[in-house]
Write a protein that binds this ligand. Structure first.
Ligand SMILES: Cc1cc2nc3c(=O)[nH]c(=O)nc-3n(C[C@H](O)[C@H](O)[C@H](O)COP(=O)(O)OP(=O)(O)OC[C@H]3O[C@@H](n4cnc5c(N)ncnc54)[C@H](O)[C@@H]3O)c2cc1C
Length: 452
């Protein structure tokens, strides 16, 4: 049995693979590759395996020790909802062109540009689209301003970002990487085990993330727009136009199609990768700087994006401060309570619902990851377990071929309105709950829980 067999048996076959790409990137003999990127996107073996065990040891699919991995960052504050951090801000790039082309406030782009142009790094790892297939997201190592700006915007599809390590191993230099929380878990595990990588990956800019979608979700919209051959697509964007943006496809003929950002979210019910249901990190807790949508802004300008920014490590805080001092970002410090309220629905889903879902699945004898993490201490009422059990069942049913097929019969306009309504109600209820905790009416402490 090779070490890859061990990974296959303990992670991949048990449904715990996060598709982060860590095993592909770290393998010293390039024995692992991603099979069917636009499908299940799982690692597969081509050999030879030299039994170094790195693919399994550094895999965040079945285990993450948050306190151990956060220790190096020297954070000064802690919240069981947000993890370890130093400061929290609303922020926006001061360059209107960057904001206009970004997902929210253009902070990720601005920090990458600043890291590169101030000589702190030699290159950046971003997610752009393939040159010849502008409908397929692709991980790229870039070294110029133009390339970084072009890669702005969120790509809501599975992408094994850490597989890029394969390339970074060959190229010399220091890098800044933009990645999702689970991808950062693996990269931090690697830095812990192989200290050389602490120098090589100088900054990790983490994106808030509720879940990832199979690429099939994107493809289902092509069908909705009656685009049978993707070669008809000239340009695509997940969040084009005024904030919060639209999923937009432009055909070579000039015809274009769009669906609002919240309308796009209906796909979450049908195409979420199941492993995301047992991930309890919404805010990239191990990043140097974490960035998410700032749903309440510095100034309330309609249609102009803004970000919520959490600086976590000394290096991340210094980079953000330096960008501010250089006049590249506008910012306003944000109280913890406001940061919690702003994302109350998803924080509740991840930090209270996540551990509940793990418990339910474990009771049912299903594989779950072993996380060592601080989570909100207050016990959940029994009916919350019922809700989470129904959610697990519901998402399972909705991800079947039949449900996905039936979905196509529902007009997009109805889905758009429905999902926007659901989001409003969800936010209303969780804001009150999380707000009470944030304002101290209910103990906001955490408890360190090792589960799995
Ligand atoms: C899959 C996914 C889920 C998300 N879920 C949430 C959420 O629930 N709540 C929330 O507040 N925010 C979420 N975000 C983050 C949000 O969409 C913005 O990316 C974030 O606010 C940063 O905005 P910005 O304007 O600063 O970034 P920009 O300046 O637009 O730069 C974005 C950077 O992210 C990189 N990138 C794009 N897609 C990916 C990807 N799939 N993997 C790794 N890097 C990528 C780009 O290369 C670019 O450098 C999610 C993002 C993604 C990709």
């Amino acid at each position: 049995m090779t070490d890859f067999d061990y990974l296959q048996k303990n992670v991949i076959d048990r449904g715990l693979c996060l598709r982060c790409g860590e095993c592909v990137g770290i393998c010293p003999t390039d024995a692992i590759f991603v099979k069917d990127f636009a499908g299940l996107c799982l690692p597969a073996y081509k050999g030879p395996c030299v039994d170094c065990s790195l693919c399994y040891d550094l895999c965040p699919g079945d285990k993450v020790d948050f306190p151990l991995l956060a220790r190096e960052s020297h954070p000064t504050r802690h919240s069981p909802y947000l993890g370890d951090y130093r400061r929290i801000f609303y922020a926006r790039s001061t360059d209107p062109e960057i904001v206009a082309g970004a997902a929210s406030g253009g902070i990720a782009t601005e920090l990458l540009l600043h890291a590169l142009e101030s000589g702190r790094v030699d290159g950046c790892v971003v997610v752009d689209f393939e040159e010849n297939r502008p409908w397929m997201p692709a991980v790229k190592v870039v070294r110029t301003r133009e390339e970084i700006v072009r890669a702005a915007q969120s790509k809501y599809a599975l992408l094994p970002v850490a597989a890029v390590l394969k390339r970074l191993k060959r190229d010399r230099g220091r890098y800044a990487v933009v990645a999702l929380p689970c991808q950062i878990h693996g990269l931090r595990m690697m830095q812990q085990k192989i200290p050389l990588w602490r120098e090589r990956i100088k900054y990790m800019i983490g994106l808030y993330c509720m879940n990832m979608l199979f690429y099939e979700a994107t493809r289902s919209l092509f069908e909705r727009f009656r685009i049978r051959d993707p070669r008809r697509i000239a340009r695509m964007n997940y969040r084009a136009g005024a904030y919060p943006g639209n999923f937009e496809v432009e055909e070579t003929s000039g015809r274009s199609h769009r669906l609002s950002k919240f309308g796009f979210n209906h796909l979450t019910f049908f195409y979420t990768m199941p492993r995301c249901l047992t991930c309890t990190d919404q805010t990239a807790e191990l990043a140097d700087v974490a960035v998410g949508d700032g749903w309440k802004g510095i100034e309330r300008e309609r249609g102009v994006g803004q970000s919520v920014v959490i600086t976590r490590s000394v290096a991340g805080d210094e980079l953000f401060e330096s960008a501010f001092q250089a006049g590249l970002v506008a910012r306003k410090e944000l109280a913890l309570a406001d940061a919690l309220r702003m994302h109350s629905n998803v924080l509740d889903y991840k930090k209270r619902g996540g551990p509940a879902r793990v418990k339910i699945l474990r009771r049912l004898g299903r594989p779950v990851p072993v996380y060592d993490q601080d989570v909100p201490a207050e016990p959940l009422p029994w009916h919350r377990y019922v809700v989470e059990a129904l959610l697990l069942l519901g998402l399972r049913v909705l991800s079947t071929r039949l449900a996905r097929g039936l979905l196509r019969l529902v007009p997009l306009a109805i889905l758009d309105r429905g999902v926007t309504k659901i989001r409003g109600v969800w936010r209303y209820f969780t804001r009150r709950k999380i707000g009470r905790r944030a304002s101290g009416k209910v103990a906001a402490g955490g408890t360190r829980l090792v589960w799995g």
